[in-house]
Design a protein around this ligand. Structure first.
Ligand code: FES
Length: 154
């Protein structure tokens, strides 16, 4: 993460003095964007750079589900399984993905292409069921739509 410190320094200039700790989430997001996940060495670096206790960083990492501690596949399939999506077929989509990819939620395919996750509400309940693929939402997804979507992911 050391190569990101100049960016962190620029972020710091927008804060009032003495509020460096508020950079924690933006720094974690930027590290994840850069590497794909947050490594132990990143936590060590942030302890030193921001001067905050390691436990505080671990708490943030365990609270925010979008922050990852391990690498994921090229395509991250996040299936919402909250109420609206479940009522509109999310469980069937999850079962189909488990069958097609041969992995359980939380796992990555052996070829590193896909990581399957289940998540709580993605905030698009009116277009349930919703699957997020990397940063893109796929809404009102039928089983046939899901098949077509998987075909397009190389
Ligand atoms: S319940 Fe799935 S987006 Fe809200």
């Amino acid at each position: 993460m050391k190569h990101l410190i100049p960016e962190f320094e620029r972020m710091k200039t927008r804060l009032p003095p003495g509020h460096d700790a508020t950079l924690l989430v933006p720094c974690l997001r930027r590290i994840q964007e850069d590497r794909g996940f947050i490594d132990n060495s990143d936590i060590d670096g942030l302890v030193e750079y921001l001067g905050i206790p390691r436990i505080q960083i671990e708490e943030v990492l365990s609270f925010y589900g979008m922050l990852r501690r391990k690498p994921i596949g090229r395509w991250h399939l996040q299936v919402c399984r909250n109420v609206s999506c479940s009522m509109r077929g999310a469980e069937r989509l999850i079962d189909e993905l488990i069958g097609k990819l041969g992995v359980q939620p939380g796992e990555t395919t052996a070829d590193g292409r896909f990581t399957l996750s289940t998540v709580e509400c993605l905030g698009s309940c009116g277009t349930a069921p919703v699957v997020m693929v990397n940063e893109a939402y796929h809404e009102n997804l039928s089983a046939a739509d899901l098949d077509a979507l998987l075909e397009r992911l190389d």
